[in-house]
Design a protein around this ligand. Sequence first.
Ligand SMILES: [Zn+2]
Ligand SMILES: [Zn+2]
Length: 250
Amino acid sequence: MRSTVLTRWLRQGLKFGICPLCRASHKLDREYVWYFVDQWSMKDTVVDEVAAARGFCAEHAEQIRRVEVDSLGSTIGIGNLYLATLERLSEDLDRLENDAELQQARCPACVYRDEGVANNARYLLDELASETGFREQLESSVGLCVPHFQLGWRSTTDPSARELLLAVERTALSKLIAELVEHLRKQRAEFADERPGEEARSWQRAIWLTTGWPPPRTPASVPEDDDPYGAMADSLAAAVQRVSSEQRPQ
Ligand SMILES: [Zn+2]
Ligand SMILES: [Zn+2]
């Protein structure tokens, strides 16, 4: 059995109704972004890593900007970081030979996240094999998104671990397919007076199952509340309500 500290993000994912590895991924991003703004941006070694990557990737640059500029109201840290990045770029361009390529390291926040998610995929497989009740929870959940199912699959070559992973994913997938079929049935004119239920959001969950779940909107500098994905669900519910009332016969 794994320590509950190690598996807490996976359990939060199940609780919030999203892919458990997406939850781990969101938490790792929040962790990196917050530590970066709070401490790491002052360390030359970390600034060097960002400069070697030619800055953060677009996704992580935006997360850092939201915390530093929108939330903390400062541009000094970002200004200094990108000055160092541009100066390094300028030096490297000065030295770039005509037949060589400009070197570029991976975004350090992506590296941090990928390593953390890979660890969590192993915890998930261990938990699935050893922890009573975890399999049932995962089976009755929304399942893993496709990118994280792939990651889990590639994290092991053990046939029984793969078998378990496949079984829970297939169960979760069949449930979602049934909900989507039910949603489409209710869209037909002859059933238009039936009230939409949970299946009304199945098309959105189908998108998220294939792409991964989007992170909560709160920036990393703002502590999460008890329901960090609630606003997303509420706006979705409102959109569903709007669409279904617009489609209702007059
Ligand atoms: Zn995922
Ligand atoms: Zn990145």
